[in-house]
Structures are given as C-alpha cells and as structure tokens.
Design a protein around this ligand. Structure first.
Ligand SMILES: Nc1nc2c(ncn2[C@@H]2O[C@H](COP(=O)(O)OP(=O)(O)OP(=O)(O)O)[C@@H](O)[C@H]2O)c(=O)[nH]1
Ligand SMILES: [Mg+2]
Length: 467
C-alpha cells in the first residue's frame, strides 16, 4: 500500500488489545482455551457423524440360501415386486416363455408316466413291479397327438439363452427322462425372451412380424394342443397312472427329483390354467411369475434402494444362488463378506434331512458367526394341503411320534428343531428370526418381507452407531 504500513487484518483481529493488563490477559487466554475445546468437541462430533453415515450407507447385503426348489428365486421375485414393481412389471412378458416351458415339461412328465405304464403292460410283471392301470385306446391316441410338443420345447429352449448358457439335464435312458431347465443367472435370458415375445405379440396384432418362424410355429402348436393337454390332465386314468409312478419313484428314493411331490405341485399349478396360458394373447400375471420355475445356476446380484419409514434410503444388494448340491461350493465365496442371510427351506417334508444338514452347516460356520440369520420355513401351503389330505407327518419325521397331525403342531415342531440346532451349533450366541412362509402368495410374503426389511434397517442403523 503506497506510503502505509502493511497490516494483516487477521493478525490485527487476533492481536491482544492494546494496554491489556496481566489479569485481562489471563481471562482472555482462558476464554480462548475454552473456545478451542468447544470447537474440538464440535469437530469430533462431526467426524463421528460422518463415520456413522458412511457406515450406515454401506449396503445391506442379503444372501438367499437354501436347497434347490426351496423358493429362493421366488423370494427374490417378491422382493422385486414390492420394491421395484416397475421393473418387475416391465419384465412380465419375459416370463411367458418360462410358463410355456413349465407347461410343456409338465405334459412331458405325464407322457413319460404313460409310456412307462404302456411298457409295463407289454411285459409280464415281476413281484415288485408297479401295477399300472391299462391305458384306454383314447388315451393312447391322445399321447400320440401330443408328441409334437417336443418341438415346442426345443424351440423354447433354443431361445432361452442365445449363448447356449441354459442347460437341460437329460439322463441317458430309453424314455425321454424327466428334465429340468436351468439358466445361468448372469445370462441375458430375459432380454432374449422379451425380444422373442414382443415379436410374437406383434404377430398376434398384425401380419407384419419379424418373429422367427420356429417361435411362431411353437406358439401356434402349443395353442393347437391346448384342448388335448386339458383332456390329458383331467383324465382320471392319468391321475391313477401318475400316482403309481410317483410311488415308484418314492420307493426308488428319488422323490426329490422332477416328479417329487412339491415339483408335481409346482409345475402342476399351470396345468390347471392351460386354456388361459396357451391363448395367443396371454400376458403373465404377477402370480404366474411367482409360480414359474426356472432353476438357478451360479449367483445373481440384485440392487435396490429402499426406504423404511422416515429413514434415509439405503442400498440393498440381494444375492440369489443356485441351491442344487453341485452348486453349493459357490456359496462360500459369498460368505467371506458379512451378509444378512435369508435361508429358505422347503417345508414340504420330503427333503427335510438335507434341509437340517444345510442348516447345521450354516449355523456352525465360523465365517458366518456375526451374520444375522433369517429362516423362512417355506411352502407352508403345501405342508398344510398334505396334512389336510391325510398324509402323516410322522411317516417322514419318525421322532414326531404321536403328536397331532396338524399344521400348527408340525410347523412349531420343525421351528423348535431348527432353533435347537442353531443354539447347539452356533460358534457364539446369536438371535435369529423365523417365519412360516408360502412365497408364491404375494400378499402374505409382502407383509413378511416388509417386516424383515424394517428389522434389518433398524439393526443396521444401531450397528452403525459408534459407541
Ligand atoms: N406352492 C408353493 N410353491 C412354491 C413356494 N415357494 C416356491 N414355490 C415354487 O417352487 C418352485 C421352485 O422355486 P424357486 O424359487 O425356483 O426355488 P430356488 O430355491 O430358487 O431353486 P434353485 O434355483 O434350484 O436353487 C417354483 O415353481 C416356485 O413357484 C411356496 O411357498 N408354495
Ligand atoms: Mg433359484
């Protein structure tokens, strides 16, 4: 500054007042020390809050575990339906082909049983052979008329994953064996289906279409077979044949395969809606999607941004994995990160032993000792129906003894069993939550998933509070 003395205004402001007495100086320094203390406390509080926020913003990670067919993917679908319903609705069309594939495969299952009944009739029965009722000429004719459905199956399978990542597990046999279609969860099958089905829709709407001829033929063939499929499924003789077939498989201890009770129930659920789902204008409903079965291979990751009550939205990641025994090695990779673990168990009593072993393995894992566990005892609707139809729970679980053969007592018994195992095998004390579910019922599942979500949000927040 020309001619002036250069004085820094800050230094000037902080400088002791001119003519300060020693007592005034002492009082001023005390004030300054207290102000600094307050400022440090505020900084500390801000840092604490920042750290807490950072922790709270960590996504909640949910890992869905359980046997194959226990309902993991169906639980995930419910989660999508509740929390990102727009995306769920946008994908409805992609499920149409899966529903069709479920129908075609169920019919094939029935045709296999009929073929077996025919084969049994043509050779003298051994003492342990199953006794099938003789097939009528009409039923044999029906069986022949439905053979072209194999083309439909091939066309749908061909479209499942263009890169050939889908897999159909065929076993070498004279008869076409029961099969199950699986899809690698990372594969873009939904896009492939959407494309295909959009094309199909345009073929229904008008003559101009880019739909591949084989898909179009497949849809029309399916519709043309509709009446025969209905006739087959409603034939009382077919029901008798299926029952003999089921008992035979049960005797061979392969009841958890395709024709396992829960599976007949699962794939059979579309057999009661053949007319509706084979119509050329068919659009899948939410319930259809929940019932559609597509076995998962590998691991798929799904992101959500959820808000519970008046809390800030939080990122959630849900991992869905394949539950088949051969795929379980992949689970451990996911365990290395801390997750909330949601275990779906098939409550339909035919695979209880595996279910118990799986639960033991999970609760005793040292890697998961800090992980929250939520147990879904699923398919309660099937358990209920079986008990009501007179099946005896103690035939499957001998230790159940003479307790009442009703849903209330059997379900509580199973819950206690799972709780005892958790208590006995957990590396350290833990609490876990159990729900009785039927995840194909979107309404009740929505309530349950809502409370699970609120509980986890609260838990996550209290964990993130630095003490
Ligand atoms: N009735 C009934 N069916 C169910 C229930 N939960 C699932 N399902 C059906 O059972 C079948 C298998 O369910 P998924 O969700 O595919 O089973 P998953 O555990 O994902 O099986 P993987 O992918 O092989 O590990 C599907 O057809 C579902 O619609 C239930 O509570 N009740
Ligand atoms: Mg699955």
């Amino acid at each position: 500054m020309a001619g002036g003395v250069d004085i820094d205004p800050l230094t000037q402001a902080l400088a002791p007042p001119p003519g300060e007495t020693p007592a005034e100086r002492e009082a001023r320094l005390l004030r300054e020390r207290e102000a600094k203390k307050r400022s440090d406390l505020i900084d500390q509080e801000l840092n604490r809050q920042r750290a807490a926020e950072k922790k709270a913003n960590k996504p909640v990670k949910i890992l869905l575990l359980g046997q194959s067919e226990s309902g993991k993917s169906t639980t995930l679908k419910n989660f999508q339906l509740i929390n990102s319903s727009k995306a769920f609705k946008a994908e409805l069309g992609s499920w149409r082909a899966v529903v069709h594939l479920n129908i075609v495969r169920s019919i094939r299952l029935v045709l296999n049983a009929l073929a077996e009944a025919e084969a049994a009739a043509s050779s003298p029965p051994g003492p342990d052979d199953p006794v099938y009722p003789p097939l009528t000429p009409e039923l044999r004719a029906l069986k022949m008329r439905l053979l072209p459905l194999q083309q439909v199956e091939a066309a749908l399978l061909g479209k499942l994953t263009p890169g050939g990542k889908s897999r159909s597990t065929e076993t070498p046999d004279d008869l076409p064996a029961p099969t199950e279609v699986s899809v690698h969860s990372a594969a873009p099958w939904k896009n492939a289906f959407s494309k295909m089905m959009n094309n199909v829709r345009s073929s229904v709407d008008g003559p101009e279409t880019t739909e591949p001829q084989d898909s179009k033929d497949a849809r029309q063939l399916l519709q043309a077979c509709s009446e025969d499929m209905i006739r087959l499924w409603n034939d009382p003789l077919v029901k008798q044949v299926l029952e003999v077939h089921r008992l035979r498989l049960q005797d061979m201890a392969i009841s958890s395969m395709w024709i396992g009770r829960s599976h007949i129930h699962a794939v059979g659920s579309f057999l009661d809606s053949i007319e509706r789902v084979t119509d050329l204008t068919y659009e899948p409903t939410d319930d259809d999607v929940l019932k559609a079965r597509l076995k998962t291979l590998g691991v798929s990751e799904h992101h959500f941004n959820l808000k519970a009550g008046n809390m800030v939205p939080q990122d959630w990641v849900v991992y869905d994995v394949g539950g088949a025994r051969s795929l379980r090695h992949a689970w451990r990779v996911l365990w290395s990160h801390s997750h909330e673990l949601l275990l779906a168990e098939d409550e339909s009593v035919n695979r209880l032993e595996d279910s118990i072993l799986l639960w033991k393995m999970i609760v005793s894992s040292p890697m998961l000792k800090k992980t929250s566990l939520i147990l879904f005892l699923n398919k309660c609707d099937i358990l209920r129906a079986k008990l009501e139809s007179g099946q005896k729970f103690n035939e499957y679980v001998v230790s159940y003894g003479d307790r009442p053969n009703d849903f209330e007592h059997t379900s509580q018994y199973m819950k206690k069993k799972f709780m005892m195992i958790a208590k006995q095998f957990s590396p350290e004390a833990r609490s876990f939550y159990t729900y009785f579910t039927s995840v194909t019922d979107s309404q009740s599942t929505s309530d349950i998933l809502g409370s699970v979500r609120d509980m986890l949000v609260r838990q996550n927040l209290s964990r993130s509070r630095l003490v």
